[in-house]
Design a protein around this ligand. Structure first.
Ligand SMILES: Cc1cc2nc3c(=O)[nH]c(=O)nc-3n(C[C@H](O)[C@H](O)[C@H](O)COP(=O)(O)OP(=O)(O)OC[C@H]3O[C@@H](n4cnc5c(N)ncnc54)[C@H](O)[C@@H]3O)c2cc1C
Length: 492
């Protein structure tokens, strides 16, 4: 079957990266077209599941709203907010309830607040460090001395989060503050997590400003000045009132109405013919009876292809076309986690839930990594008189727990919630989601690996990659990756 059409772009993967790529492709005017050329180019999006959003998924049931993965995004980068506004969802944006804008850390079994101003690795206010029960007097002093620790040489291109944090803040601050806060974000092994790829802002701060303390003060001042000048539009973390999945769904609806063709099929291979036309082969196509009934083509031809699937899958798709590229893609590791979302009657939870959530240091010897107090963060997540908490388990350092079956996982989580939050009674709702192999790990050397991948991709005219595997796992970065992929294509 010949689907070749001039200016035909195919996107593989209907997660946020793929959808953002499809939108950007549609908006790109063909290079040879005049200012008043008729209409946009043709864009096709192939998604295996028949549902857009990828890992972003929301369940709404009996007054509960449960995010199965991402529950919010950072407002500091513009891409996600801009997309929300573009698709007409600005009125749905909500920030974290100001009454709970703080995080707790478990320490000797008790929940204690993160010292005011402490941001992941950057020391906060001296007063709050001097008084935090999370650190010993020696640990506090060591953290306060961060400003006197000499900056690393500019020649050091990468360092693990653990090495960096221990060097700058001391081992105690690493174990009691940085490790649990980082685990709540990346579920990674901090001894292997790359500063250059996962925390470039903090990594650059040390060399640019001499210390994290100085760099963070500068950043806070700049944010305050900007806020005073422009007025605070949004809080730090945002979500949508009707749930995160509304964003990909709305974007897909708009793309469809603008002519993007959505195909439900698994791409099984991508290759470029000698005449430079790309061919994407589809599973369930050709001789398959079901596919034949829906007239699914065996292959789709295109001028350009954006592969917006996890890198581990991109490697499989691209191996026939470029084995070296496939090997480089396969070198990016993935880890998994599980989220156990539980709803309780408010009176069945003793803890005041007066924070956005709680993270658990490894040294506490528990199986849970973090708990998000979902119904306290955002309105409309639980029926009146009830609360919703989401508990994270697994990650790179404890992969087995995420793979436990429901019968083992639920009692384990309930027992820990009983200890940590004083939960009594049976949950009113249970939702367990496993995200096995869904979290790309930016291990040491990741930035170099991505640079090499980009160099190899640049050797193929009309090919681009997008997604969480490369330059940021957060939703704004993933949207940016789709847009950058579309912009990088050199279409005729
Ligand atoms: C548990 C969890 C919690 C998270 N929490 C947050 C958060 O709170 N805030 C935040 O900013 N980020 C969060 N993230 C990260 C963020 O949600 C993801 O990085 C981002 O959504 C990934 O988007 P993507 O398009 O790159 O990939 P995906 O969402 O994985 O989409 C890829 C798509 O490709 C499809 N596909 C795969 N193979 C094929 C094929 N062969 N043919 C056709 N289609 C295929 C898949 O079905 C899928 O729909 C979280 C991630 C996880 C897993």
């Amino acid at each position: 079957m010949n689907n070749l059409c001039p200016q035909h772009g195919v996107v593989i993967g209907g997660g946020l990266a793929g959808l953002a790529a499809a939108e950007a492709l549609l908006n790109e005017r063909p290079k040879h077209a005049g200012a008043d050329s008729a209409g946009p180019r043709r864009v096709t999006l192939i998604e295996a599941t028949g549902r857009v959003g990828g890992v972003v998924a929301t369940i709404r049931r009996d007054g509960w709203l449960i995010e199965r993965s991402a529950d919010s995004f950072l407002a500091a980068r513009p891409e996600a907010v801009a997309l929300v506004e573009r698709v007409g969802l600005a009125g749905e944006l909500i920030g974290v309830d100001p009454r709970v804008r703080r995080a707790l850390i478990l320490h000797h079994g008790r929940a204690q607040p993160v010292p005011a101003g402490f941001r992941l690795i950057a020391p906060g206010l001296a007063k709050s460090i001097l008084t935090t029960p999370l650190l010993s007097p020696v640990g506090r002093l060591r953290l306060l001395c961060e400003r006197f620790v000499p900056a690393r040489s500019r020649d050091v291109a990468d360092e693990s989060l653990e090495r960096f944090a221990v060097r700058r803040l001391g081992r105690e601050a690493f174990e009691r503050l940085v490790q649990p806060l980082a685990a709540g974000i990346w579920t990674a092994d901090p001894a292997r997590l790359s500063m250059a790829a996962a925390c470039p802002e903090f990594f650059a701060m040390e060399v640019r400003d001499g210390s994290l303390w100085a760099g963070e003060r500068k950043r806070v001042r700049a944010v305050m000045e900007a806020t005073q000048a422009a007025g605070a539009r949004y809080g730090q973390f945002l979500t949508l009132a009707s749930g995160m999945e509304t964003l990909p769904q709305r974007l897909a609806d708009q793309l469809q109405s603008r002519g993007v063709q959505f195909i439900t099929a698994s791409a099984t291979g991508v290759r470029q013919r000698p005449d430079h036309v790309w061919e994407v082969s589809l599973r369930g196509a050709g001789n398959d009876a079901a596919a034949a009934a829906t007239s699914l083509p065996a292959t789709i031809e295109a001028d350009a292809v954006i592969v917006a699937v996890p890198s581990i899958k991109a490697a499989e798709l691209l191996r026939p076309c470029d084995p070296t590229l496939a090997t480089a893609l396969a070198a990016i590791e993935y880890a998994g986690s599980a989220i156990v979302s539980l709803g309780f009657a408010r009176e069945d939870v003793a803890h005041p839930l007066d924070a956005a959530g709680l993270v658990v240091p490894r040294r506490e010897g528990r199986r849970i990594l973090a708990i998000s107090f979902s119904s306290q963060k955002f309105p409309g997540r639980a029926p009146a008189g009830s609360v919703l908490v989401r508990t994270f388990v697994g990650g790179a350092l404890d992969p087995e727990t995420a793979t436990l079956d429901d019968e083992s996982l639920l009692p384990l989580v309930l027992a820990e919630l009983r200890d940590v939050l004083g939960v009594r009674g049976a949950p009113q709702i249970v939702q367990i989601d496993r995200w096995l192999g869904a979290m790309p790990q930016y291990t040491l050397g990741h930035a170099d690996r991505v640079e090499n991948i980009q160099r190899l991709v640049a050797g193929h005219r009309g090919l681009a990659l997008a997604g969480a595997a490369y330059e940021g796992v957060g939703i704004p970065q993933v949207i940016a990756s789709g847009q950058a992929a579309a912009a990088s294509l050199r279409l005729p």
